[in-house]
Design a binder for this molecule. Structure first.
Ligand SMILES: [Zn+2]
Length: 400
């Protein structure tokens, strides 16, 4: 991939930012014009989304990544319910779960959590950092698929239903139930969702799976009827041919389905380069969500550059003193707002097992509403800005 041509494509697509004030309601105006958001429990109207934290983790099965970082295993529905209920009680309405295909994502668990707690859950198809697949991704059958096959998987997960999580199963010595390891959602007195679920959701008529039954159309891998609502990707410091293939597939699937591409950005990676790469492949800026820039990219000017281009910027380095203080996080947020980018900014917590209170962790999913927004203060985090960051922007970012 030619880096200069990618950056030129990025520059060519830049849109002018609305400087000063809070910025204009750009691409969709006030009404969402018949758009919809795909959640695990079916389509909703964008105005139904409500308060949304756009980058969280509700459930991650154990796998290669959590063998290295145990905090990346979030595998007890009962414990997650405790956090999700508290989030709902505090005023939370929706969450985007940022765990993509075959990296410990469990579609059925996300559906159960959504139903149990009455919270809209938007799930991810796509790919993650290669260490989630073990051995740097070497020999992983998913990563070895061609660009077109990957694009089809992503699009099918959005239109038809997400795959179950097959690749860890082979290596599970116990071969047991993968839905929860120490307790079950029934402990909360909830109904959960029965295996396979009842028919719900898809009204787009794109070949649904028939009553939510599991079926098998991909070499023995089960597909559920729970659909993904965006494409997660991961930008690492080294951009290999494998990354180019994966990002190209994501761009194809986004063009095909209309859903947004969420980009995990690692420290040392070049977000402008991937913006150009995606722009070259026809991805519009407002279909991109760049995550973790607050901790991954020290140059706030670059955050603004991406926002001016039209991308959504997601910050989530909150109560993470190992990266920076909450005061520094507040300074970054304020900087974006005062530069007129309130229409492009979203905030979340990016929780891990270590951060979820239900797992004995430090903060809980309700920390944003209960503590961090009050900490920011109402002087500049006024009702209008809060509404934009947590309700309007996620609704626009995830609507198709
Ligand atoms: Zn994350």
């Amino acid at each position: 991939m030619d880096m200069d041509s990618a950056k030129n494509a990025f520059a060519g697509q830049r849109v002018s930012a609305t400087k000063g004030g809070h910025g204009a309601d750009a691409e969709t105006g006030t009404a969402h014009g018949g758009k919809r958001i795909i959640t695990v429990a079916g389509d909703i109207k964008p105005e139904e989304l409500g308060f949304c934290q756009p980058h969280e983790h509700l459930y991650i099965e154990g796998g290669p990544a959590s063998e290295i970082f145990p905090q990346l295993c979030i595998d007890d529905l009962y414990r997650t319910v405790l956090d999700l209920r508290a989030y709902k009680k505090a005023g939370g309405s929706a969450i985007a779960d940022a765990q993509p295909t075959f990296t410990g994502r469990n579609a059925e668990s996300l559906y159960k959590l959504s139903k149990e707690c009455g919270v809209h859950v938007i799930a991810a198809t796509g790919f993650h950092k290669l260490f989630y697949y073990g051995e740097g991704g070497a020999g992983n059958p998913f990563l070895e698929l061609g660009e077109m096959e990957l694009a089809k998987i992503f699009a099918d997960e959005i239109r038809v239903g997400m795959y179950a999580s097959p690749f860890y199963e082979d290596s599970r010595a116990d071969g047991g139930d993968r839905s929860c390891d120490s307790g079950c959602i029934e402990r909360c007195g909830g109904s959960g969702g029965s295996s396979g679920g009842e028919r719900y959701g898809d009204s787009s008529g794109s070949g649904g799976s028939g009553g939510g039954e599991r079926y098998d159309d991909s070499g023995g891998i089960d597909r559920t009827a729970y659909r993904a609502g965006f494409i997660k990707t991961a930008l690492e410091p080294v951009f290999t041919e494998l990354h180019a293939k994966l990002f190209s597939a994501a761009a194809r699937a986004s063009a095909d389905t209309g859903v947004a591409i969420m980009i995990h950005v690692d420290k040392g990676a070049d977000p402008l380069r991937i913006a150009g790469f995606l722009a070259e492949r026809g991805v519009k800026p407002e279909r991109t969500i760049f995550c973790h820039l607050d901790r991954a990219v020290p140059d706030a000017g670059l955050h603004r550059e991406l926002a001016e281009w039209g991308a959504y910027i997601e910050y989530d380095t909150i109560t993470r003193d190992g990266y920076h203080s909450d005061a520094e996080e507040a300074r970054l947020i304020r900087g974006m707002i005062s530069c007129g980018h309130a229409d492009r900014l979203m905030l979340s917590l990016d929780v891990t097992r270590k951060r979820l209170r239900g797992y004995g962790g430090q903060i809980g999913l309700d920390h944003m509403i209960k503590n961090f927004i009050p900490y920011l203060g109402t002087d500049w985090m006024c009702a209008e800005i809060t509404q934009k960051l947590f309700t309007k922007n996620p609704a626009k970012a995830f609507a198709i």
